[in-house]
Design a protein around this ligand. Structure first.
Ligand code: NAD
Ligand code: UFG
Length: 343
């Protein structure tokens, strides 16, 4: 198969930057479209350094219909990977309209331009959050779906839009990739997750405690029905996740329609196991308090990754020790992420 020219929306972000590198390594030609609302051009520069070539990018907002149209008129793309969007669960509850507008209207603008220009191959960033009301701990793709917050609702609505679109025209090939908990960083320590504010998610919080930016971790709940009482999740190394996007892109020609694939390891780890792994990798103590459960959290959510293994020929290769080692390398080499200290 020849290399594909792939518009990568949100390609400067955490998962996007790792995927852009993986695309280049697999012989594809990514072009980034990002408004840098939650990322930095420095990430793109560093991906270029790792790839040994400059990365093509456009600074622009997917809410700008004319810009999106122009990008497609000039782009000559074979496919799109759509990462761009807002992703903070708590913020989505406080600002639902901003979340619905950014995530859904952006996607509609993108789909319109793709359709007009005959680019009908799409990989979409969905989330395990669509299993939020299923009550299942091990998730297969055909569970009944439901969500518990506006962020999750945007993902579920977009999945529905993609299903309807694919049903209307058989020339669409769409992958709905449901990520579990993306963590870790590229093994070079040059690119990684760089949250702007206080991290909402476990792993960036733990690594900021290890590096001395935060005092202690609050563990949300010690009385769940799990082995050690803390929540259990399926933590997937971001480099494995990036490889899953390349696998999906390359498999899509065999899969007309819209199809969901879980991207997870199939293994669950508890919050305390994550803390211990990070202590081993960093050689630091991670102080923590066990506090109340966080509203909306479930005890345990783990992928059944069987469908992706069979149909995409993809599986996660890395485990929690790799996550902690690579996450710590990124955090300790870049204690303030892509920003200079004091910025
Ligand atoms: P991120 O915030 O690092 O990346 C998103 C990128 O999109 C950023 O670079 C941001 O600047 C850009 N962006 C946002 N709005 C835009 C707009 N209107 N126009 C152009 N660019 C815009 O997030 P991430 O962790 O890399 O997540 C990527 C995708 O994966 C998101 O859709 C997210 O919802 C989904 N996802 C993430 C996780 C996770 O835990 N990180 C889990 C499940 C799903
Ligand atoms: N946790 C803590 N302390 C923290 C942060 C998290 O104890 O400071 C715990 C949570 O209670 C949970 C686990 O660590 O048990 C993982 O929490 P994260 O916030 O890292 O991840 P979630 O599983 O809650 O959410 C992730 C993504 C969402 C997505 C969801 C799908 O961040 O975007 O998975 O289930 F919607």
């Amino acid at each position: 198969m020849g290399g594909m020219r792939v518009l990568t929306t949100g390609g400067a972000g955490y998962i996007g930057s790792h995927t852009v590198l993986a695309l280049i390594e697999a012989g594809h030609e990514p072009v980034i479209l990002d408004n840098f609302s939650n990322s930095s051009p420095e990430a793109i520069r560093r991906v270029g350094e790792l790839a040994g070539r400059e990365i093509e990018f456009i600074k622009g907002d997917l809410l700008d219909v004319e810009l999106v149209e122009r990008v497609f008129a000039e782009g000559n793309f074979d496919a799109v990977i759509h990462f761009a969007g807002l992703k903070a669960v708590g913020e989505s509850t406080a600002q639902p309209l901003r979340y619905y507008r950014t995530n859904i209207v952006s996607t509609l603008n993108l789909l319109d331009a793709m359709d007009t220009h005959g680019v009908r191959t799409l990989v979409f960033s969905s989330s395990a959050t669509v299993y939020g009301t299923s009550g299942a701990t091990r998730c297969v793709e055909d569970l009944p779906l439901g969500t518990t917050n506006p962020y999750g609702a945007t993902k579920l609505h977009i999945e529905q839009i993609l299903d309807d679109l694919a049903a209307s025209d058989p020339t669409w090939h769409i992958a709905k990739l449901r990520y579990f908990n993306p963590v870790g960083a590229h093994e070079s320590g040059r690119i990684g997750e760089d949250p702007r504010d206080i991290p909402n998610n476990l792993m960036p919080y733990v690594s900021q405690v290890a590096v001395g930016r935060r005092e202690k971790l609050s563990v949300y709940g010690g009385d769940y029905p799990t082995a050690d009482g803390t929540g259990v999740r399926d933590f997937i190394h971001v480099v494995d996740l990036a490889a899953g996007h390349v696998a999906a892109l390359e498999a899509l020609p065999r899969h007309p329609g819209a199809r969901a694939w879980n991207l997870g390891t199939g293994e669950g780890n508890s919050v305390l196991e994550v803390v211990r792994a990070f202590e081993r990798a960093s050689g630091k103590d991670i102080p923590f308090d066990i506090v109340e459960r966080r509203p909306g959290d479930v005890a345990e959510l783990v992928a059944d990754p069987g469908r992706a293994r069979i149909e995409l020929n993809w599986k996660a290769e890395r485990g929690l020790e790799d996550v902690a080692r690579d996450g710590w390398r990124w955090q300790s080499n870049n204690p303030f992420g892509y920003a200079e200290p004091g910025e």
